[in-house]
Write a protein that binds this ligand. Structure first.
Ligand code: GTP
Ligand code: MG
Length: 558
């Protein structure tokens, strides 16, 4: 039927726009000129729009967005690495935020004191000795490397974390057995340099720290963040975390966390100290800023604060220092394999300074402070220190929670579009187990994770940078006589020093990288102590250059 319409017949054979664009019938020459002027103007506008779209596209191309992902098990040093980037490349924001970390450091100190006091109050347990525990049989990495979630090196940790240690005690029924001849209280009565009256008096005077701990948790943990305050009892370790655990008199501290992003800043900000005056604009990155937080100046070092936790810590510092300096306490901790110096957030050797009323955390303090990450967060910043090719680079660094309970699958969406990954393997943990799963050796967990990351097809073209981290702790441990060969049989009788051990472990990680990478790619590895500002600055600069290079390479491929 359509063919019967003369009009449609006409338009279908000619330009369909002719009918609409042809000059109006009877147009005068004056009208034609006006119309043509209008059409020219419209064309100009249209071309200007096109040009601006093109320019915007080019600008977007020029504005480089570099994406870096930090991966690794819990306590591997991811957040510290992020803080190092902040310290180096957004120093103004980093400096301004230092004061916010004071509450975290206060909490870290309170926890260290509680670990000591609690250990003093407990009878010792022969079953925790690595030599007597059946679980402590060291097994070689090579024989069990393919088994998931099994104890390769023994679940008894020679230098376990506080939670490991206290939990293993908690599961021991001999704890309150009065017939146990080798109790620490007995030991303390006989051997402490502080006499028992002094010791009891100190413990009594330290009691207000419990209130301070509760206060700090209330300040740091966002409202409605229940998970942050509950005791972390992984479902697969019921034996060591019985449900009745929280009602015990034993101290099993939940690790305080604040979610990254606004949660982190908000939590820190709630715990901030108010100074009579503060300065300045805030250069913080977008997702770290909160409406409620006005940064205090870290420069006001001469001002005293009204901050209850700081005042209480200041008032109790002599007692804390006496406790920590006491030879008997040291011996007791040594016998119990509690190496507080190696725990995250250790500040007991800096008490004089960090409990001062005028205390402002230093860069090093911020890097040493321990605050667990939960969730995944993107940290955005532009380098304040922008030289040459870094100009205009917009960095996105993703920091994730590394514990197994953090569901590591949450990492996967961040694999897309990533320029490089820094994978942190804390190699000092060769004789430790995971806090969240005490059947898994920390080094083994790192190796398995590394294997997973290397073999991931989504990451086939992503450069992987390996930080064999916590080399400072590793060195101290090796010097103290802890032998790698006991936990990694294949290490054999090689020299038990930092150089040999780190080289050996590096070669193992390199072999996995070679074997499991879907495509051949370069292997970058550094032995790091990311809390150390001097050595880490150079490493971070190398990583920055490498990431930028990789980013440019990827851009050209696109
Ligand atoms: N001595 C020493 N301590 C380190 C090193 N790296 C990290 N730490 C400390 O270890 C603790 C844990 O570091 P984080 O950066 O919080 O660990 P994380 O990987 O972010 O852990 P999650 O947030 O639980 O996934 C902190 O108290 C750090 O100060 C290191 O190389 N040497
Ligand atoms: Mg973290």
């Amino acid at each position: 039927m359509a063919g019967s319409s003369p009009v449609l017949m006409k338009t279908s054979s000619d330009d369909p726009f002719d009918e609409f664009l042809k000059p109006p019938p009877g147009e005068t020459s004056e009208e034609r000129l006006k119309r043509q002027a209008r059409e020219e103007e419209a064309l100009k506008i249209s071309m200007a729009i096109d040009a601006s779209i093109k320019a915007e596209r080019q600008a977007r191309k020029k504005m480089r967005i570099v994406r870096l992902l930090l991966l690794g098990q819990s306590e591997s040093g991811k957040s510290v690495t992020l803080r190092q980037f902040q310290r180096l490349y957004t120093p103004t924001a980093f400096r301004e935020e230092r004061i916010l970390w004071r509450a975290v450091i206060q909490l870290n100190i309170v926890r260290s004191v509680r670990i000591i006091v609690d250990a003093l109050n407990r009878p010792s347990s022969p079953s925790i000795s690595p030599s007597t525990s059946p679980k402590s049989q060291a097994r070689s990495l090579s024989t069990t490397r393919n088994r998931h979630r099994t104890s390769q090196f023994g679940s008894s940790s020679e230098h376990s974390s506080p939670d490991d240690y206290l939990t293993s005690l908690g599961s021991n029924d001999q704890r309150n057995d009065p017939s146990d001849p080798d109790t620490d209280s007995e030991y303390n009565r006989n051997k402490l340099c502080l006499d028992s009256n002094e010791l009891e008096a100190i413990k009594m005077r330290l009691l207000p720290l419990r209130h301070i701990e509760a206060l700090l948790i209330a300040k740091l943990v966002p409202p409605n963040e229940e998970e942050a305050t509950r005791l972390t009892a992984p479902s697969d370790s019921k034996d060591t975390y019985p449900p009745s655990h929280s009602t015990r008199s034993s101290y099993k501290a939940p690790e305080i966390f604040v979610r990254p992003g606004p949660g982190l800043k908000g939590g820190l900000a709630r715990a901030r100290v108010y100074y009579p005056s503060f300065t300045g604009s805030h250069h913080s990155v977008e997702n770290m800023s909160t409406n409620s937080s006005r940064p205090t100046s870290a420069g006001n070092t001469g001002l005293e604060t009204s901050d209850e936790p700081q005042e209480v810590l200041n008032a109790l510092r002599t007692d804390i220092m006496r406790l920590w300096a006491d030879r008997g306490v040291k011996e007791m901790l040594h016998r119990r394999k509690i190496r507080l110096e190696e725990y995250p957030g250790f500040f007991l050797n800096d008490l004089e300074r960090v409990t001062s009323l005028k205390y402002i955390p230093s860069d090093d303090d911020v890097l040493k402070a321990r605050l667990k990450t939960v969730g995944v967060s993107e940290y955005r910043f532009q380098m304040e220190v922008s030289t040459g090719r870094e100009t205009g680079t917009d960095w996105r660094i993703v920091d994730v929670g590394g514990s197994r309970s953090q569901v590591r699958q949450m990492w996967i969406p961040f694999f897309d579009n990533v320029d490089a990954i820094i994978f942190l393997a804390p190699i000092s943990g060769f004789d430790q187990v995971l806090t969240e799963d005490r059947t898994v050796n920390r080094l083994e967990d790192s190796v398995l994770l590394w294997k997973t990351i290397c073999s991931n097809k989504l990451l086939a073209n992503v450069d992987l940078v390996l930080f064999l981290n916590k080399c400072d702790i590793l060195e101290a441990k090796l010097k103290a006589g802890v032998r790698l060969a006991k936990y990694v049989k294949s290490f054999g009788d090689r020299a038990n020093n930092l150089e040999t051990v780190s080289k050996y472990l590096r070669s193992k990680f390199s072999a996995i990288h070679r074997e499991y990478s879907p495509n051949p790619r370069k292997f970058y590895a550094f032995c790091t102590s990311v809390t150390d500002t001097a050595t880490t600055a150079g490493i971070i600069a190398s990583v920055r250059d490498m990431v930028i290079r990789q980013h440019l390479k990827q851009s050209k491929l696109m």
